[in-house]
Design a protein around this ligand. Structure first.
Ligand code: NAD
Ligand code: FE2
Length: 359
């Protein structure tokens, strides 16, 4: 069976296109549902962007905090907050939910838009195709590029039991607004780490056993753009990084990620290390799996003057390391993509444990 995958319905791209958001949202507002919910990364509380939000009288602006990556508990709390606000306004649902921020904020807005129309806790839906009802209209304005969250059919959440996405066709954004000016002020380190998420998506997709021409077409273009951004630089860098992220996301949508992401999930679940930096920490130890990718990654580190954190696992207990191994091993499709059907022979618990202990 070939996957019949859903993509983002509408995309606007270009410097300054954020100014069109008001017109875009006007099409969604109705007499019965006039109100739009804006979930905005609280890094912008004192930023000029705040004055540019196309807020109408009835709209709800919620500043979200992403110091921790999104948790199911936080999604449930935000959903309740929106429900209460709608009840106060005598409305059943908002016209839409708009996420403005990086991967974490985009994921929060996907999750809230889903949970407004589906009962229970977001933790109940971590998995594949468990969502029953279509989400409220949802759109994203990325302010950080690399994760591919703007195109993917998942919202990655940490729940009481696991870090796992709500994967469904309903998760996909209805609209994305890709304005390269939005990523202009990202601090260099953050830009690098989130950018490396994209670079690693491409390496893992292009070297994986699941590769096909569709994924290859997007992955190769994305990789080329990453090289321009992180090895050359130049005035088009923000535009290039934004499209690299989008294409990297399209590439893995029809293939899969690999060893680095599997190990990074373990690191993140147990130690709370964020996705981009976690991937970068892990990737530096994966020369045996991705020799060319790792060599080029190190060149990018040097060019961008980034020093990777070391010894992040040094203080972890044996129990914590075992948990990391458990979390990594659950991700069967990632291992299978990276190492083939016989992956269990190659990637034993001992080998994963040894890799973690070196980090
Ligand atoms: N849904 C998916 O397909 C998918 C894929 C990969 C990763 N993810 C998720 O994405 C998250 C990581 O996203 P991320 O790397 O984009 O980072 P992020 O959204 O976690 O943000 C990282 C930091 O950058 C700040 N920031 C964001 N935009 C900024 C700007 N323009 N200027 C200054 N600071 C800014 C944030 O406030 C935060 O402190 C993780 O939670 C991960 O699980 C999701
Ligand atoms: Fe990733």
């Amino acid at each position: 069976m070939f996957r019949n995958f859903k993509t983002v319905e509408r995309i606007v791209f270009g410097r300054g296109c954020f100014n069109q958001l008001n017109d875009i949202l006007a099409e969604q507002r109705t007499d019965r549902r006039p109100c739009v919910v804006f979930l905005v990364d609280d890094v912008f509380i004192r930023h000029p962007l705040k004055e540019r939000l196309p807020l109408h009288d009835q709209d709800l602006l919620i500043w979200v905090n992403v110091d921790d990556e999104p948790k199911t508990r936080y999604v449930d709390q935000l959903t309740d907050q929106v429900r209460r606000a709608m009840a106060d306004k005598k409305m059943d649902l908002p016209a839409g939910v708009i996420g403005i921020g990086g991967g974490s904020t985009m994921d929060l807005s996907k999750a809230v838009s889903l949970m407004l129309t589906n009962k229970g806790s977001s933790a109940d839906y971590q998995g594949w195709d468990l969502i029953r009802n279509p989400a409220v209209y949802h759109a994203a304005v990325p302010t950080l590029s690399g994760t591919g969250a703007e195109v993917s059919r998942t919202t990655v959440l940490t729940g009481p039991q696991k870090k796992l996405g709500i994967n469904s066709d309903y998760t996909v954004f209805d609209q994305v607004v890709l304005d390269p000016e939005m990523i202009a002020d990202v601090p260099a380190q953050q830009r690098f780490y989130t950018g490396m998420d994209c670079y690693i998506h491409c390496v893992e997709s292009l070297t994986g056993t699941y590769l096909n021409t569709f994924s290859q077409a997007y992955g190769e273009k994305s990789l080329e753009l990453c090289r321009k951004v992180f090895l050359e630089g130049g005035p088009e860098s923000d535009d290039q990084l934004m499209m690299a992220s989008f294409f990297g996301g399209m590439s893995i949508a029809y293939s899969q990620v690999g060893v680095c992401h599997a190990l990074s999930y373990g690191l993140s679940f147990v130690l709370g290390v964020h996705h981009g930096i976690g991937n970068s920490i892990v990737f530096d130890y994966l020369e045996e799996f991705y020799p060319e990718g790792v060599a080029e990654f190190r060149e990018m580190l040097t060019r961008q003057q980034i020093t990777l954190p070391r010894g992040v696992v040094a203080d972890a207990s044996d129990e914590q390391i075992e948990k990391m191994v458990d979390v990594a091993l659950i991700l069967v499709p990632l291992w299978e993509n990276a190492l083939g059907e016989q992956w269990e022979r190659i990637m034993t618990r001992e080998r994963i444990r040894d890799l973690y202990k070196r980090m």
